[in-house]
Design a protein around this ligand. Structure first.
Ligand code: COA
Length: 331
């Protein structure tokens, strides 16, 4: 059995920075409300005609490839996680393959929303562990600013989400760095507590004549329900992962929870009894970038030298589905 290491990380953020103040001119909200309820100060929004989910992912992927010091044709497989693909089909993995002119390697798309990164990491890890592949690109990219409802009905979501991309080049480990475990869960009975319904496959035709009048064309979120489950499930799955690896919360050098809401991250940290200095958050600057949030934060933790080789890292996520999971690794 082989082991998987993070060889390098790349990131791409759209240039447009949208502050709470700017958002307050579009939506009935305020800087103080957003900061108090979510911790967010600003987020990035994509540039139409320039940024796409797949080309942002490709830029992050190219940076990860460069930093890993390998050539494009050494990439064996692509895993792409997003809830905001360029097209309904095909998936975004093949579009990255097109943008980067990669060989005819396989490309797999993951549809696990905010948990997409953890699910993708787990998939890549299995392929590398079994010896099937040596270099797997895990790409997470989201453009969410174009699906908001800017009316009062949608404002709780519009203030939270942002756009961005990051990519991991995962590699067969040649040293002690390794993914120790990945835990994944889901609870489909809550699928409709955080979802985008329309255009849906439940109708005779996906595009019905009254589509634009339907509430379901905008994402729906039962915010309080999501909040409570996010705290409980992330805490539970971090505890289970630690127990499996005979580790304790105080062994964690850096925990990066999915950047959903600073209050959620803080509640998880406090329930687990992890000291604040061992948790990295950057939701303040980017909002919730869904599948991309943990890898963007990890990229930044590396840039700020908050992480060093040999550290015990904990990633944990929760999102629509409901889906959730945790990964523990020695970096
Ligand atoms: N600006 C100003 N006021 C807003 C607002 C906004 N953007 N959004 C909602 N409000 C108002 C509501 O209308 C409500 O007003 P009322 O008391 O007069 O009825 C009040 O603020 C409280 O709304 P509520 O939805 O109960 O607030 P909350 O404290 O639950 O915070 C969230 C809302 C969305 C920030 C919070 O529920 C949350 O973060 N949930 C989890 C979201 C999440 O993490 N999603 C992603 C998971 S991957």
């Amino acid at each position: 059995m082989y082991q998987t290491k993070i060889a390098a990380v790349g990131r791409y953020l759209p240039e447009r920075n949208v502050t709470n103040k700017e958002l307050s001119a579009l939506i009935d909200t305020s800087h103080d409300w957003i900061v108090e309820r979510t911790g967010i100060h600003q987020r990035r929004w994509f540039k139409p005609g320039v940024d796409t989910t797949s080309n942002m992912g490709a830029k992050a992927a190219q940076q990860a490839i460069d930093r890993a010091g390998i050539s494009r044709n050494e990439v064996d497989f692509i895993v792409f996680a997003t809830l905001s693909p360029d097209y309904v089909f095909p998936g975004s993995g093949v579009l990255v393959q097109k943008h980067l002119e990669l060989d005819t390697i396989g490309a797999l798309d993951i549809r696990n929303q905010c948990s997409g990164f953890i699910y993708g990491l787990s998939v890549a890890d299995q392929y590398i562990k079994t010896g099937k592949y040596k270099n797997v690109l895990l790409i997470c990219s989201e453009i969410q600013s174009n699906i908001f409802d800017l009316s009062d009905k949608g404002r709780s979501m519009a203030v939270i989400f942002g756009d961005g991309a990051a990519a991991f080049l995962l590699q067969r480990s040649d040293n002690t760095a390794k993914i120790l475990t990945t835990h994944m869960h889901s609870e489909g009975r809550f699928a409709e507590e955080l979802f985008l319904k329309e255009p849906s496959g439940l109708e005779e035709k996906r595009i019905m004549p009254d589509l634009l009048e339907r509430d379901g064309i905008y994402p729906y979120m039962n915010g309080r329900h999501v909040f409570k489950h996010a705290v409980t499930r992330m805490t539970e799955s971090v505890s289970a992962a630690l127990e499996e690896c005979n580790k304790a919360p105080e062994d964690i050098d850096i925990m990066i929870p999915h950047q959903a809401n600073l209050r959620i991250a803080e509640a998880v940290r406090s329930k687990l009894n992890v000291e604040a200095r061992h948790v990295f958050n950057n939701i303040q600057d980017y909002g919730n970038t869904t599948a991309a949030s943990i890898p963007i934060a990890f990229f930044e933790a590396l840039e700020q030298e908050k992480v060093k080789r040999g550290d015990l890292i904990c990633f944990t996520a929760f999102g629509s589905g409901f889906t959730w999971g945790t990964a523990l690794l020695e970096y």
